[in-house]
Design a protein around this ligand. Structure first.
Ligand code: PLP
Length: 365
């Protein structure tokens, strides 16, 4: 199988990730719950993951909250900063992991920037919303449908100048684009552990520039005498037993990224996305591409998207079709009624994958 669905989750993880998960299952008990070797080893694995994340994302280990996925981190962040009726600026490319929690809260959404691959327009729209007064900004770094890289650094600067807290959804950028919590000055940056960070499913990170409010309440192994959650991070938002095998695997994914260099990964992804876009366009399909694009490309086949993806799957190419949990992005791009077929490259992107994709796509009507 040629795996081109890294936007959903990374599938080919480095072997050290597999090994770390199996090792943790053999050697780790519950972290922070005892002074015996297996509990101490679990604590060590968990701390190592926070430390690796801190090195990659410009923050201290205790600013790294371990979550179940990116959605979990976004819910923590949104529930901390936003109250019913608050005006919140979001981009026109948000995932349901942002829009559903905001809608569930009854936030008043201002949609900023619906033009694909136009960072200047996106920035100007956010500036207008901020000038009109908003309680918070929630913005994706990279669109999961189109690979559009939003001008997150400039938007965060506008937020800092006005003292407006910002939540960044780094689901599609973490592991490929530089992200520095201190430099961005964001209130929160949420990311999955299982996509570009190459960890197992069931892992995620919330980088905290401010202290989040708990979503779950329960045991933490600390301050057990109190009936309130601890005030300090990360315990405040990590109730219950952690996913230690997953976290141990994620630590190895992070370490692999640090050694490989995320710039190398971004270069591979962008190179193959560009080749795929050019090739698909030559085959006569409508392709969504632009300068500000990472490793994800959407296209419109001359047939139903789901059926086209199935035909590609029958030829050994794994891609995703439909709305990709991001109806807002499709509304912005004018593809809400059709969806798109999405190709998303990953850390092991290679020209042979693109060649195989284009060969299979050539057989579509
Ligand atoms: N945000 C974006 C932009 C995504 O692409 C995704 C997943 O595809 C999410 C959030 C949610 O991530 P998770 O499935 O880890 O909760």
């Amino acid at each position: 199988m040629i795996y081109l669905d890294n936007g959903a989750t990374s599938f080919h993880k480095p072997p050290q990730v597999h090994r770390a998960v199996a090792e943790a299952m053999r050697r780790c008990a519950n972290p922070g719950r005892g002074g015996y070797r297996a509990s101490i080893e679990a604590s060590r694995q968990v701390y190592q993951c926070r430390e690796e994340a801190g090195k990659l994302f410009g923050c201290a280990p205790d600013q790294v909250v371990l979550t179940h996925n990116c959605t979990h981190g976004l819910n923590l962040a949104i529930r901390t900063l936003i109250r019913p009726g608050d005006k919140v600026a979001i981009s026109g490319f948000e995932h349901n992991a942002v829009t559903r929690p905001l809608n569930a809260l009854g936030a008043n959404l201002m949609i900023c920037g619906r033009r694909l691959f136009d960072p200047q327009d996106t920035l100007e729209r956010f500036q207008k919303a901020l000038d009109a007064g908003v309680k918070a900004v929630v913005c994706t770094h990279v669109s999961n449908v189109f690979g559009y890289i939003l001008p997150i650094g400039s938007i965060s600067r506008l937020c800092r100048e006005r003292g407006v807290p910002m939540i960044i959804d780094a689901a599609q950028s973490a592991g490929a684009l530089p992200i520095d919590l201190a430099e961005l000055g964001a209130a929160f940056i949420a990311m999955p552990g299982h996509k570009g960070l190459l960890g197992p499913q069931g892992t995620g990170l919330l980088l905290c520039g401010t202290t989040p409010e708990p979503l779950l309440f329960g045991g933490t192994g600390s301050e057990s005498i109190r009936q309130q959650m601890p005030d300090f991070l990360p315990d405040r938002t990590e109730a219950g037993t952690l996913n230690v095998p997953g976290i141990a695997g994620l630590a190895q994914g992070l370490r692999y990224l640090r050694h490989t260099g995320i710039a190398t990964i971004a270069h591979r992804e962008r190179r193959e996305a560009k080749r795929a876009a050019e090739g698909l366009r030559r085959l006569g399909f409508q392709v969504f591409s632009g300068e500000a694009q990472l490793g994800t490309v959407s296209f419109l086949p001359n047939m139903d998207c789901e059926e086209a993806a199935q035909r590609l799957a029958d030829r050994g190419i794994a891609v995703r079709a439909g709305l990709h949990c991001a109806p807002l992005a499709h509304e912005s791009a004018g593809t809400l009624s059709t969806g798109t077929v999405r190709i998303s490259f990953g850390h092991d992107s290679h020209p042979t994958q693109t060649q195989a994709l284009l060969q299979a796509a050539a057989a579509l009507p």
